[in-house]
Design a protein around this ligand. Structure first.
Ligand SMILES: O=C(O)[C@@H](COP(=O)(O)O)OP(=O)(O)O
Length: 420
């Protein structure tokens, strides 16, 4: 069903929006220090070779002639002006859609913002607040202390089991390695070696060129990055697929542990969306790519019937991080009070989405049905953290009402955090 028709309706017939819970990736940022270093060294050297013997038209060569890296190391991964605008405008659009819920006056009983302990997430939260309340009013906004290993906003940072079994597990990259050895990828390598005139250009170099093209396009869509001119459409499809594959196996459906560990965030969502929740009406979290992807998989979104492997190239599939995990990616859930009970509206990238298990023919899902879909995952969300077994026992389990007792059991010698 096409839900666009409902898109501008803050009120669905007799329903009124009462609560919201949103999780956002920060906006467009600078590359990491390591990437900046490689851009300054490797790419500057390649720029000179391309100018000398690259097979490009004059206009593309001209772009290379004036190219340099203009980002200070001290600002690695910082939010850029474009990223601020993304969050300001996103907030304005959300407010326009739900004006009665997203008031333009801040008060800490209505709003709760939280960001991770990074400049880009903090600045994104502040930009979002600017969009809601206006630049002159944002000093009143209160933010809780940011945590580097926030158990909700960046749950995987505190999960050594995921780190060893998935993130650092060489097997998790097997499909990526196989695709990097495929004819399709080797063709990209050949194409780029001819265009650049660099005979020993490596797969790593191609990745660096591809991400530089992506960053420079994100910073200013009106400017053409010279590095993009090295690719044709087919090359881009191949490189996009390689990234999709990597994110699938590291941050998505490849391993169940990856998305099961998102259950504390899921529980938090229900605690805040419940119609009788005592938390502020609007909760907004500003975090990272890794969180958004794992949370999408926790929700069962963009799941393909077939496992994504190196042979899936050219097939139709939904797990596309270049669309579902862009800078400024957003997931927003809104509780509606309706005559027949409470309902949930789910939105991803500002479009209404259907959560698996919810009826396909209506944008609003009964709160009870919505909760039922996740009840088991939330009830079986047990973590071992440091020396303590931390068990969340939910009371009022029905409807996931926001109440729980945290029990810590001392377990000497156990240092892993795991989802059981
Ligand atoms: O912090 C970063 O470098 C990446 C990966 O973060 P994790 O998945 O490691 O949190 O996320 P981004 O900030 O771009 O959203």
């Amino acid at each position: 069903m096409n839900f666009e028709f409902f898109f501008d309706c803050a009120h669905f017939f007799d329903c009124t929006p009462t609560r919201a819970w949103g999780i956002f990736r920060h906006g467009t940022r600078n590359p990491s220090r390591k990437q900046l270093f490689r851009m300054r060294t490797t790419l500057s050297e390649y720029r000179d070779i391309i100018l000398d013997r690259g097979k490009l038209c004059d206009i593309d060569k001209e772009r290379f002639r004036t190219w340099n890296v203009d980002v200070d190391d001290a600002e690695q991964k910082f939010l850029v002006p474009e990223g601020e605008m993304e969050l300001i405008e996103l907030a304005e659009r959300i407010q326009n859609r739900f004006p009665s819920l997203f008031y333009d006056q801040y008060d800490n009983l209505t709003y709760r913002f939280k960001y991770t302990d990074t400049q880009r997430a903090k600045k994104s939260a502040e930009s979002f607040a600017t969009g809601l309340f206006g630049r002159e009013n944002i000093r009143q906004v209160w933010y809780p202390r940011a945590e580097s290993r926030d158990p909700i906003l960046r749950f995987y940072k505190g999960c050594p089991r995921w780190k060893s079994e998935v993130d650092k597990n060489p097997d998790a990259m097997e499909q990526v390695r196989l695709f990097a050895a495929s004819d399709q990828f080797l063709q990209v390598l050949r194409d780029l070696r001819v265009k650049t005139g660099i005979e020993d250009l490596s797969a790593d170099d191609i990745h660096l060129i591809y991400t530089t093209c992506a960053f420079e396009t994100a910073w200013d869509g009106r400017k053409i990055s010279p590095w993009c001119s090295l690719f044709d459409k087919e090359n881009i499809k191949v490189l996009e697929f390689l990234e999709d594959l990597e994110y699938y196996w590291i941050d998505g459906y490849g391993y169940e542990l990856t998305y099961r560990q998102a259950c504390p965030a899921g529980r938090n969502m229900f605690e805040h969306l419940h119609p009788e929740s005592k938390f502020p009406n609007i909760t907004l979290y500003f975090t990272h790519s890794g969180t958004l992807l794992k949370y999408l998989a926790f929700l069962g979104l963009y799941r393909d019937p077939e496992v994504l492997t190196h042979t899936s190239f050219g097939h139709d599939y939904s797990w596309k991080p270049s669309k579902i995990d862009t800078f400024g990616s957003n997931l927003l859930f809104v509780t509606f009070s309706c005559p027949e009970g409470s309902k949930i509206l789910s939105m991803h990238q500002e479009r209404i989405i259907q959560i698996p298990g919810c009826p396909p023919d209506t944008p609003l899902c009964d709160y009870k049905i919505f909760y039922e879909n996740f009840k088991d995952k939330i009830a079986n969300c047990n973590f071992v953290k440091d020396d303590f077994l931390v068990i969340f026992i939910s009371y009022h389990a029905i409807w996931g009402l926001g109440g729980q007792v945290m029990v810590k059991v001392f377990l000497p010698g156990i240092k892993t955090l795991s989802v059981t």
